[in-house]
Design a protein around this ligand. Structure first.
Ligand code: ADP
Ligand code: ASP
Ligand code: MG
Length: 415
């Protein structure tokens, strides 16, 4: 059994949906499970709606219309018969979204966010599933919230593996393609999400529970490259990677694979392919055990909009275990993602990502007990398998705020 995942870029317009259908037609006898993300940048657009409703913004109506118009345009390009049921299903979903916005009384940002944000995937999978049927690729649309069960940690929910496995396993015997949503799950009553870009992880969850033979994630790039082609013009394709290498790349922020994706696959030895939806015949990247890295070249990862915080004691005393534990409990409480740590006798530096907009709270806590300085908008460069040329190319003409090396990995924070 194969699991496929198509990301937002692959279904960003009507042409994308047609292309996906052409790819799937070739696999229709194998009954793959197909995980689809929200179309294009819909999740960002829904984030704007969530913000507008929670802060009572007058722009709310306009932001809803952006999402409605975008999907209605794609549907009308794909379905020429105006009586096709897809029109009413999509309309109903959009109406449900409006109802949630009008009736919401909760002020719990993360909860409300998840109730709104899930419409991206519900809409995309409905459109894709209906189009596939029209195109002659028979399939079943599945509400993933009935199969992936999580805790109530809205916006970054944790999967209950035991129940999820029980609910997914029966799909093994399906004799049809299954189309379902990435990124979503549910607690006992409500929609939850697995973290931004979490659809890759959904594919891994299905593959794990189904003992699938492979997962293929279809991307707008030829596979995993040794750098993000948006920032490094000469990025090269990595043909083969071990799970460990891929985990390291994802961990340091190579956004082509969601970091949680690899561990479930590694546990069961399920092969991951990263392939281009623009060139589906090309080999792409294969990830499995013991593959090392081919070709063995330096790999570059950049994370932008990081914050470098430097903490020292008020009385020049040493920063010891107790302080470090105190610092981390604050970072954990405010869900700050720590990407780099460096300590000396009297100071402690951390490079963090402020996904939940909590910087001010964190600084407030730190300032009670420490002297604190910070620089925002810094970039964190990581080079795996660095050599002299790679180091020079990364450090050239940059104002380096911090540098750290291990045998395999070089990390640099620059302004
Ligand atoms: P989707 O959400 O459509 O599945 P993403 O946009 O999340 O796809 O991921 C694909 C993008 O990841 C590429 O367009 C590329 O800019 C970026 N990217 C970052 N690092 C790498 C890398 N090492 N190799 C390939 N692509 C990368
Ligand atoms: N649609 C979600 C996002 O944009 C999940 C995903 O695409 O993986 O974050
Ligand atoms: Mg994505």
């Amino acid at each position: 059994m194969k699991v496929f995942k198509f990301g937002g870029a692959s279904v960003k317009d009507a042409e994308g949906v047609r292309n996906l259908s052409t790819i799937l037609k070739q696999y229709s006898n194998e009954y793959p499970v197909v995980i689809v993300s929200a179309m294009g940048k819909t999740t960002n657009a829904l984030e704007v709606i969530a913000h507008n409703v929670l802060y009572n913004k007058t722009e709310l109506e306009a932001s809803i219309q952006v999402v409605e118009t975008y999907h209605n345009t794609i549907v009308s390009e794909l379905f020429l018969n105006v009586n096709h049921p897809v029109f009413s299903i999509v309309n109903d979903l959009l109406a449900d979204l409006r109802t949630i916005l009008q009736t919401n009384v909760s002020t719990n940002y993360n909860f409300v966010y998840d109730q709104i944000i899930g419409f991206g995937e519900l809409l995309s999978t409905t459109i894709v599933s209906e189009y596939l049927n029209q195109f002659g690729v028979e399939n079943i649309w599945l509400d993933v919230r009935n199969h992936i069960k999580t805790d109530v940690n809205y916006r970054r929910a944790n999967v209950d593996w035991e129940i999820t496995e029980q609910l997914i396993k029966p799909l093994k015997h399906n004799h049809s393609i299954v189309v379902t949503q990435g990124f979503l799950g549910s607690d006992t009553k409500n929609t939850t999400t697995l973290g931004r870009e979490g659809s890759d992880y959904t594919a891994a969850i299905f593959a794990y529970c189904l003992d699938a033979e492979s997962v293929t994630i279809w991307k707008d790039v030829p596979g995993v490259l040794n750098a993000d082609p948006r920032y490094f013009k000469e990025a090269q394709l990595l043909e083969q990677l071990s799970y460990t290498e891929a985990i390291e790349l994802a961990f340091y922020g190579a956004s082509v694979i969601h970091p949680k994706t690899l561990q479930p696959l590694q546990k069961k030895g399920i092969t991951l392919y990263v392939k281009s939806f623009l060139n589906p015949k090309a080999k792409g990247t294969k990830v499995n055990a013991d593959l090392g890295i081919t070709p063995k070249v330096p790999c570059y990862i950049v994370k932008k909009q990081e914050i470098l915080i430097c903490i020292s004691s008020l009385d020049f005393s040493y920063i010891v275990e107790e302080n470090i534990s105190d610092i981390f409990s604050v970072l954990h409480r405010f869900k700050m993602k720590v990407n780099l740590i460096q300590n000396s006798a009297i100071s402690f530096s951390i490079c963090v990502e402020d996904i939940f907009n909590n910087l001010e709270h964190v600084l407030e806590y730190f300032r009670v007990s420490y002297k604190v300085s910070y620089v925002s908008n810094v970039s964190l460069y990581t080079v795996r398998h660095y050599n002299t040329d790679a180091t020079n190319s990364i450090t050239k003409n940059k104002d380096i705020l911090l540098q750290q090396r291990t045998q395999d990995t070089l990390q640099i924070v620059t302004k």
